[in-house]
Design a protein around this ligand. Structure first.
Ligand code: SF4
Length: 380
């Protein structure tokens, strides 16, 4: 079963390549293709002789879907999916932490993004179900839970009474008192609600790391991307969070070389890395996704995109090193991911010598850093 990704053309190309390769190795297996790439372009996968069945993102969850051989392509209009049941899943990538998907889909239409066409409109898992799930995970011994979603800050807007993400987080922390760490995945810089803000200030179990979906630091480019925040909004948010929770670290997604991006516009994005004090960057060189409005805008030349991505990554590296340097001498609480590697509350990676059971929270004294993580020794 191939769960495909459509976020870039490259992801789709790799999915097709993986299917062909697997078919050569497994000539008799039954091949099912699902996920966002299959949802967005089912015909492309149906045309591959290697594929036995193409399933949409909603259809794959239907009971008996994998055994039903009556039709070869079953992909319906994802925008018609309204129900929230069934998507409250927890991923257990490692034993260290659990991921709980509280929201799926997205109501926004950023001009570069194909995701809503793969995942549909925003749907939220009801708070009661989320709390129950996390209570179970905490009882199983998980010390950290990460709330995930395509657009997690819009959680609740489709539920009765339109509760906010801050209210959900508050409820989880109150009703699952033995959970030591709760973390948010990527959030939208346009949307931190007052409750969430208050919790960042008052609740140490809410981890002080925010990964912001910024994408750019130039107002014209942000407008053309159809993002809902401005450069000033992003800077204000970071400053306000730091004021109430000074130990917060920030990460961000940034796109290099969005269509029409001038050198001056790019430099506004580049400068934002230092101005906002971003420590963890995900840099994406822009690649056009057919079917999106941005794919029809005047492109920036390939080598320029590559060069801007490199400059952004360099700025990101400098930001990370500044952040790591500030940790030297501190005692950090780290969640052990595997032997020799733990993760601080603010998501800084900690390298230590010795063994420790994954999932345990231990104290570490930072002795230095190697440019990508801090080196530390355990505090008895
Ligand atoms: S908010 Fe995120 S998922 Fe939604 S359209 Fe924009 S980039 Fe895509």
């Amino acid at each position: 079963m191939f769960n495909t990704c459509a976020v870039t053309n490259e992801a789709v190309r790799q999915a097709r390549q993986a299917i062909r390769k697997a078919r050569r190795e497994r000539p008799d297996a039954r091949f099912i293709v699902t996920g966002c790439a299959a949802q967005i372009d089912p015909a492309a996968f149906a045309a591959m002789p290697e594929v036995d069945l193409v399933l949409g993102n909603a259809e794959k969850a239907a009971p008996g879907a994998l055994l039903d051989t009556s039709t070869r392509v079953r992909v319906n209009d994802i925008m018609s999916i309204k129900e929230t049941a069934g998507h409250l899943i927890s991923g257990l990538k490692d034993r260290a932490r659990a991921y709980v998907e509280v929201q799926n889909g997205c109501d926004h239409r950023c001009t570069f993004c194909i995701i809503p066409f793969g995942r549909g409109n925003s749907r939220s898992a009801p708070a009661g179900e989320v709390v129950e799930q996390i209570r179970r995970l905490a009882a199983e011994g998980y010390n950290e839970v990460v709330l995930t979603g395509v657009d997690v800050t819009s959680w609740g807007s489709d539920l009765p009474g339109q509760p906010t993400l801050g209210q959900l987080v508050g409820r989880i922390l109150k009703l699952v008192p033995d959970l030591p760490r709760l973390r948010l995945s990527s959030i939208d810089a346009a949307e931190i609600d007052p409750d969430l803000f208050k919790l960042l200030e008052t609740e140490p179990r809410l981890m002080p790391y925010l990964h912001l979906s910024l994408q750019a630091g130039d107002n014209m480019i942000l407008k053309r991307m159809k993002r809902r925040h401005s450069r000033e909004d992003a800077l204000k948010l970071v400053a306000e969070v730091r004021r109430v929770r000074p130990d917060t670290a920030f990460g961000a997604d940034l796109i290099a070389g969005f269509p029409t991006e001038s050198e001056e516009a790019f430099e506004n994005t580049l400068k934002l890395v230092e101005e906002a004090g971003l420590a963890f960057l995900h840099v994406f060189p822009y690649s056009a996704r057919p079917g999106t409005p941005a794919a029809r805008m005047p492109p920036v030349k390939g080598p320029v995109i590559k060069d801007r991505a490199r400059r952004l990554r360099e700025a990101g590296q400098a930001g990370l090193e500044r952040h790591l340097q500030r940790q030297v001498g501190r005692v950090l609480s780290g969640l052990v991911e595997r032997d020799g590697v733990a993760r601080a509350e603010d998501f800084t990676e900690i390298a230590f010598t010795g063994e420790a059971p994954s999932g345990q929270i231990l104290a570490f004294r930072v002795t230095g850093h190697d440019g990508s993580r801090v080196t530390a020794e355990r505090v008895a």
